[in-house]
Design a protein around this ligand. Structure first.
Ligand code: PLP
Length: 369
């Protein structure tokens, strides 16, 4: 039996151990632990990589989403559209920033169903959080056109939740560079991963950039003054120095993940559904999700054979306790798919033999049925 872990962060970081230690010592010996040069280097490198004019390092992906919504100044009646099939923060940030969450159903590729957006827009809509789930770009160009076509008088902001999609491409553009704000998470499980929490916002609007620089740092215009009350949501300098190393590895990571994804797509039983790339896009496979029958039995079978899998996510956000007094009847696909999705191991530190073993074991399961 071959063991296939879903996550092995120690293994992931081994090849960079020497460089990570060197950068740790660089920061340790500099005495500059908050903001400073290492963070600026990362922000400059990352904005260039994404293709945006500005980048603001923040404490997490959640901070990135929250601060983007604060930057547009949400009022109590303002609605923000998003999906329920995502990590919690894609929705919770709307509530935290003072707006109303409005869920839109998803397509079979797990991204927002853009054909349902138009009928959800109204005079109270202030923004859409478009999640590029699994690293597969959502159809953001079409969403932009839908907003235009709606002819609503107010500006409707597009916030890209790229937490799972660093390096994903649509029509030759990196995701995050297309909407008004691109929000990234550098949580250790992401393709571009810190050794702790981290996040960033990329954008092209200078005024919002200047505001965000203050908003992530208590509203300070300088050390001794405050323009408005805010939180401490800075990206840690130590994490920035690690991210400078990790960013250099990102394209290599994406290449390996794409190779493994292609193998799965080609060789796993026709009885499961793969979520393939659409034309003119590059998915980065933060997760590799299949849509399958007998999901729970398959998961159990794989575990017995030494293969760990996960479910992203077993409970859509609208089914969580926090919404227990609210009824939703428009999320049919979200609810159906949450019972059929399974995330297979996919990571740059796995071997092709492990990927082949996962494939063979899934095929065995369906042949036996
Ligand atoms: C789609 C999505 N949005 C937001 C977040 C929140 O990021 P963080 O954990 O860095 O706050 C995550 C991370 O899990 C995510 O996957």
């Amino acid at each position: 039996m071959i063991k296939v872990p879903y996550v092995d962060l120690v293994k992931q970081n081994q090849p960079l151990k020497k460089k990570i230690t060197k950068n740790f010592l660089k920061v340790l010996n500099s005495g500059n632990y908050i903001l400073g040069k290492e963070l600026e280097i990362f922000e400059n490198k990352f904005k260039k990589y994404i293709g945006s004019n500005f980048c603001v390092g923040v404490g997490s992906g959640t901070d990135a989403l929250y601060l983007s919504l604060k930057a547009i100044g949400l009022k109590k009646s303002d609605e923000v559209l998003t999906v329920s099939q995502s990590y919690l923060a894609s929705a919770s940030c709307i509530n935290l920033a003072g707006g109303k969450i409005k869920f839109v159903d998803i397509r079979n590729d797990l991204n927002i169903n853009e054909d349902l957006i138009l009928k959800n827009l109204n005079k109270n809509t202030r923004a859409i959080i478009v999640v590029h789930l699994t690293g597969r770009p959502a159809n953001i160009g079409k969403i932009k056109n839908i907003i235009k076509k709606s002819k609503l008088p107010q500006k409707i902001y597009l916030i890209e939740d790229c937490s799972q999609a660093a390096g994903s491409i649509i029509n030759n553009k990196k995701v995050g560079s297309i909407g008004d704000f691109g929000c990234f998470s550098f949580h250790p499980l992401k393709n571009l991963a810190a050794l702790g929490d981290g996040g960033a916002i990329v954008l092209n609007n200078r005024k919002n950039y200047k505001w965000l620089l203050k908003a992530r740092n208590h509203g300070h215009p300088n050390r001794d003054d405050c323009d408005f009350f805010s939180h401490n949501m800075r990206l840690d300098t130590l994490q920035a120095t690690f991210l400078n190393l990790k960013l250099e590895e990102l394209e290599k990571t994406i290449k390996i993940r794409r190779k493994f994804a292609k193998y799965y797509q080609k060789n796993i039983s026709k009885k499961v559904i793969h979520i393939k790339e659409s034309i003119n896009t590059r998915s980065t496979y933060h997760t590799y999700i299949i849509i399958c029958s007998q999901r729970d039995a398959l998961k159990k079978y794989l575990l017995k054979k030494g293969i760990d899998t996960k479910i992203h996510y077993p409970k859509p956000i609208h089914e969580m306790n926090v919404f227990k007094n609210k009824k939703f009847n428009n999320l049919i696909n979200t609810e159906a798919l949450s019972k059929q999705i399974l995330s297979l191991p996919i990571a740059e530190y796995l071997s092709i033999n492990q990927i082949k073993y996962v494939t063979k074991t899934i095929n065995e399961f369906y042949e036996k049925k």
